[in-house]
Design a protein. Structure first.
Length: 380
């Protein structure tokens, strides 16, 4: 009571005794943060800061992950505008406009995958015109895009930011910050069952053979070679069997079309920013159809619409069906080579011709498997 009423002076020995009666957490709640800083010598009695000690505390962030993250969060929260100024991040007066320069950038100059598909370019343009045209670049706009329900809008904005950086309209710091806070379109890695029966494949091919021979050719190319629809269309449109080409990456010269007893392989040579397609394998019967329809035009969306309207197997499923069957007739690495799955297969110069020879050896087995499964008129 005498201590509480301040009738007795609290000397060091009494203080030590009192401190043993409470926990460290309880002590810290009783003492203010400024008192603790003053006790550590960081804050002087006159209220000034010992900057040497303060900087030493900040230097600990380089070796303490928790302190570093806490420091970054504090600075971003309390001094956001100052940080932006220090980094040279500014959007003042930058308005977004879709013009010929941006379109050319997407098609020809953009790094990584260029936008070569007309439908994709048209879709990007419609998104830009609807949501971004004439808007001023700002944090509010960036937040709007990040939280927009259509995630493709993120990609469109990221492309435009790359375009602005290419034209030196924005600084590297601004470019880096926006590309960091605007994520690209995300993809959910889920498991989706593709229940495509071989009976449906046979039914589809028989229907096309009777009602639409050109589309029948497309489906034959996709099934026999494991091709994408776009590549099958490309082959029909650009078919040049007599050309001699050189595959520079491996120093191999060859005629585009090379035929054996029961099958042929045709060098397509699609690569770069597009999905790759090196070789197309198909049966001798399919070659005759290909000669008939060579150089003719086919539109992808029309083929898809036709398949949907007539209850046929979707074009994109044929490559998946071909993969399932190919791995039953040949080693997986050979099947990957035939289907140009080079992202799953590293092909060196020494290995290329080896795999090409193995593909020539195993491919007839695949055609025989298709014939055994009742696929109409494919292979011996």
């Amino acid at each position: 009571m005498r201590l509480l009423s301040k009738q007795v002076r609290v000397d060091d020995s009494k203080l030590r005794t009192l401190l043993t009666l409470i926990t460290q957490r309880e002590f810290e709640t009783l003492i203010s943060a400024r008192d603790r800083l003053r006790a550590l010598g960081i804050l002087r009695d006159d209220g000034t800061v010992d900057y040497g000690l303060a900087l030493e505390v900040l230097a600990l962030a380089s070796s303490d992950e928790y302190l570093k993250n806490a420091l970054i969060q504090f600075v971003v929260t309390r001094f956001k505008e100052d940080v932006k100024k220090a980094l040279g991040i500014s959007f003042a007066g930058i308005k977004l406009h879709w013009d010929e320069g941006f379109e050319q950038f997407l098609v020809e100059r953009k790094k990584r995958r260029k936008v070569r598909v007309p439908e994709t370019l048209k879709y990007y343009r419609s998104l830009f015109k609807r949501y971004l045209e004439g808007k001023e670049l700002s944090e509010q706009l960036i937040d709007y895009v990040v939280n927009h329900e259509n995630k493709w809008l993120r990609n469109v904005l990221r492309h435009y930011i790359q375009y602005l950086y290419y034209r030196r309209v924005i600084s590297p710091e601004t470019f880096g910050w926006i590309m960091e806070v605007v994520p690209s379109r995300s993809y959910k890695l889920d498991v989706r069952p593709y229940q495509i029966s071989l009976e449906e494949v046979v039914k589809t091919l028989k229907y096309l053979k009777e009602h639409h021979e050109k589309y029948y050719l497309l489906y034959r190319l996709m099934l026999e070679g494991g091709l994408r629809l776009s590549h099958a269309i490309h082959i029909i449109k650009t078919f040049s069997p007599d050309e001699v080409v050189e595959i520079r990456e491996v120093g191999l010269g060859t005629q585009r079309l090379v035929c054996f007893q029961d099958f042929c392989r045709y060098y397509v040579g699609v690569k770069g920013s597009q999905k790759p397609c090196e070789w197309a394998y198909f049966s001798a019967e399919t070659l005759e159809l290909l000669k008939k329809y060579a150089k003719s035009e086919v539109r992808r969306h029309v083929v898809r619409k036709y398949a949907k309207e007539h209850g046929l197997v979707r074009p994109k499923m044929m490559r998946k069906v071909a993969w399932r069957l190919m791995v039953r007739a040949m080693p997986r690495e050979v099947a990957r080579f035939v289907q140009s799955r080079f992202g799953e297969l590293r092909v060196s110069e020494a290995r290329y011709e080896d795999l090409l020879g193995e593909a020539d050896e195993h491919y007839p087995k695949y055609l025989r498997l298709l014939s055994q499964l009742g696929i109409p008129e494919t292979g011996p």
